[in-house]
Design a protein around this ligand. Sequence first.
Ligand SMILES: [Zn+2]
Ligand SMILES: [Zn+2]
Length: 238
Amino acid sequence: MKNLIKNLSDVFFKENLTCNICHKETFNGEYFCEDCQKALEALQGGAYCLTCGRRTTIPTVRCFSCKENWQVDMARSAFSYDGVIKNLISAFKYNENKYLANVFTPFLEKVYVSEKFDSDAITFVPMNSERLFERGFNQSQTLCEVLSKSLNIELIAPLFKKNEVKKQVGLTAKDRAMNIASSFGYLDKNIVKDKKILLVDDVLTTGATSGEIAKMLKKQGALSVSLLTIASVKSLDI
Ligand SMILES: [Zn+2]
Ligand SMILES: [Zn+2]
């Protein structure tokens, strides 16, 4: 089944015949060469926080990073945001590398299953139309489109992002939080009621954006909002 989905999505996305990280030719039909495979594996294990999923020194129920202002019910990430995965995620910001969604999703699926996520609908972090025009696609949405098919979960778009938001660079933490709080609007207010929502994104950093989205969805009756990301920055407990 997985292969069938992969083959189907291959029709829509360009694929590389070389290692997706170091671009060495592979000929093995895999996404990565052996060395990069090992480097990726090293970023997958380790202790993590049971609330925010960030890597910690020892298993923790609630770490320092998610002690305050944490709105998401459960968050998990496939990788620690470090080394090779950083480069791979940066490459995913370019339209010509949209196919990388196919590379990331098996890792996300694995975490979804092993961490016993249970979701009625899947959604993404909206991008405003100006940004979308610049970039050509929303990487969070692309991940959701592929995952929605492979996990067989309904894809919904309850929110949109406003255009007039000031740039985050140079703002204080408080101003940033306020800026994020006013940056989303509802596209469909009724679509999340009584649903367990899965939010998917590329990286968990401060958690401010996912937190704001979780707050807005719960306000409209979402039962829970879980977050699944490709990678997350290490916890302050490390
Ligand atoms: Zn490689
Ligand atoms: Zn935590």
